[in-house]
Design a protein around this ligand. Structure first.
Ligand code: AMP
Length: 113
């Protein structure tokens, strides 16, 4: 059985988070180590390890996660933000439960490091 990730523990209510949004499919909360003045994560409740494992069946879920992030951005009156999905350790993924980063509140560089 796959080990329980920190995000699964947040979903289970075993560890706290600064929750921004929740519904049957997903949870959004502030990143504990913010890389910008605004930095939150949107995660599915189903434990998909990364974008690599997503299937055609997940297309509605993936769209939902992005639109939930957009809804939060609009509530925060953001007009600029960066959306990031790290896939695999070399890309920077450290938690192997799919998540979408939303970052805002400062100028962003391109290309990312
Ligand atoms: P990644 O490196 O793309 O896998 O992103 C994982 C993110 O999860 C990092 O930005 C971490 O700061 C964040 N993170 C880890 N533990 C927690 C936690 N308990 N609450 C909120 N964010 C967390």
């Amino acid at each position: 059985m796959a080990s329980t990730t920190i995000f699964q523990k947040i979903i289970n209510g075993e560890i706290p988070c600064e929750k921004l949004y929740e519904d049957d499919l997903c949870l959004a909360f502030n990143d504990i180590s913010a890389q910008a003045p605004i930095h939150y994560l949107v995660i599915p409740k189903t434990p998909i390890p990364s974008l690599r494992e997503c299937k055609n069946l997940d297309k509605n879920l993936l769209g939902h996660l992005i639109l939930v992030g957009q809804k939060i951005a609009k509530e925060k009156k953001l007009s600029n933000w960066r959306t990031v999905i790290n896939t695999g350790a070399e890309s920077g993924q450290t938690v192997f439960h799919l998540h979408i980063h939303f970052l805002s509140g400062r100028a962003m560089l391109w290309p990312p490091g």
